[in-house]
Design a protein around this ligand. Structure first.
Ligand SMILES: [Cu+2]
Length: 97
Protein backbone atom coordinates (compact mmCIF):
# COMPACT_ATOMS: atom_id res chain seq x y z
CA UNK A 1 0.00 0.00 0.00
CA UNK A 2 2.92 2.29 0.77
CA UNK A 3 4.22 1.90 -2.73
CA UNK A 4 0.89 2.95 -4.19
CA UNK A 5 0.87 5.98 -1.94
CA UNK A 6 4.24 7.16 -3.15
CA UNK A 7 3.20 6.71 -6.76
CA UNK A 8 0.18 8.90 -6.07
CA UNK A 9 2.40 11.44 -4.32
CA UNK A 10 4.75 11.62 -7.31
CA UNK A 11 1.81 12.08 -9.65
CA UNK A 12 0.49 14.90 -7.50
CA UNK A 13 3.88 16.56 -7.58
CA UNK A 14 4.01 16.40 -11.35
CA UNK A 15 0.58 17.95 -11.62
CA UNK A 16 1.43 20.68 -9.14
CA UNK A 17 4.77 21.44 -10.77
CA UNK A 18 3.37 21.73 -14.28
CA UNK A 19 2.17 25.35 -14.08
CA UNK A 20 5.73 26.42 -13.27
CA UNK A 21 6.65 25.68 -16.86
CA UNK A 22 5.20 27.45 -19.81
CA UNK A 23 2.11 25.58 -20.80
CA UNK A 24 1.22 25.33 -24.38
CA UNK A 25 -2.37 25.84 -25.22
CA UNK A 26 -4.31 25.33 -28.42
CA UNK A 27 -7.28 27.38 -29.50
CA UNK A 28 -9.39 27.28 -32.61
CA UNK A 29 -10.35 30.59 -34.10
CA UNK A 30 -13.21 31.07 -36.52
CA UNK A 31 -12.12 33.27 -39.37
CA UNK A 32 -15.18 33.77 -41.56
CA UNK A 33 -13.40 36.35 -43.70
CA UNK A 34 -11.16 33.83 -45.48
CA UNK A 35 -12.80 33.86 -48.87
CA UNK A 36 -10.05 32.71 -51.20
CA UNK A 37 -7.10 30.31 -50.92
CA UNK A 38 -4.64 33.17 -50.46
CA UNK A 39 -6.29 34.47 -47.29
CA UNK A 40 -4.95 31.67 -45.07
CA UNK A 41 -1.41 32.73 -45.94
CA UNK A 42 -2.03 36.22 -44.62
CA UNK A 43 -3.73 34.89 -41.50
CA UNK A 44 -0.92 32.44 -40.84
CA UNK A 45 1.74 35.13 -41.27
CA UNK A 46 -0.07 37.45 -38.87
CA UNK A 47 -0.34 34.76 -36.21
CA UNK A 48 3.24 33.59 -36.58
CA UNK A 49 4.35 37.13 -35.78
CA UNK A 50 2.74 36.98 -32.34
CA UNK A 51 5.39 36.06 -29.82
CA UNK A 52 4.68 32.79 -28.06
CA UNK A 53 2.90 31.22 -31.02
CA UNK A 54 4.49 27.89 -31.88
CA UNK A 55 2.13 26.38 -34.39
CA UNK A 56 -0.52 27.65 -36.79
CA UNK A 57 -2.73 25.35 -38.83
CA UNK A 58 -5.20 26.99 -41.14
CA UNK A 59 -8.19 25.17 -42.53
CA UNK A 60 -9.53 27.22 -45.40
CA UNK A 61 -12.43 24.83 -46.00
CA UNK A 62 -13.63 25.12 -42.41
CA UNK A 63 -12.60 28.77 -42.12
CA UNK A 64 -10.78 27.90 -38.96
CA UNK A 65 -7.32 28.39 -37.59
CA UNK A 66 -5.82 26.21 -34.89
CA UNK A 67 -3.16 28.03 -32.98
CA UNK A 68 -0.81 26.54 -30.43
CA UNK A 69 0.84 29.05 -28.15
CA UNK A 70 2.66 29.51 -24.89
CA UNK A 71 0.07 30.93 -22.55
CA UNK A 72 2.71 32.69 -20.48
CA UNK A 73 3.59 34.85 -23.48
CA UNK A 74 0.34 35.49 -25.23
CA UNK A 75 -3.38 34.81 -25.04
CA UNK A 76 -6.41 34.23 -27.18
CA UNK A 77 -7.26 37.92 -27.18
CA UNK A 78 -3.89 38.81 -28.70
CA UNK A 79 -4.37 36.16 -31.40
CA UNK A 80 -7.79 37.51 -32.28
CA UNK A 81 -6.30 40.99 -32.44
CA UNK A 82 -3.49 39.81 -34.73
CA UNK A 83 -5.84 38.34 -37.32
CA UNK A 84 -8.18 41.30 -37.03
CA UNK A 85 -5.31 43.72 -37.62
CA UNK A 86 -4.39 41.72 -40.71
CA UNK A 87 -7.90 42.27 -42.04
CA UNK A 88 -9.48 39.03 -40.82
CA UNK A 89 -11.67 39.46 -37.76
CA UNK A 90 -11.80 36.19 -35.85
CA UNK A 91 -13.57 34.70 -32.91
CA UNK A 92 -12.37 32.07 -30.49
CA UNK A 93 -14.42 28.89 -30.45
CA UNK A 94 -15.67 27.91 -27.03
CA UNK A 95 -13.93 24.53 -26.67
CA UNK A 96 -10.57 25.81 -25.58
CA UNK A 97 -7.54 24.09 -24.14
CU1 LIG B 1 -8.21 35.84 -50.08
Amino acid sequence: MNKLKSVVAVMCLVVLAAPAWATSKTVTLDVPGMTCPVCPITVKKALNKVSGVSRVEVSYEKKEVRVTFDDAKTDTKALVRATTDAGFPSKAESQQK
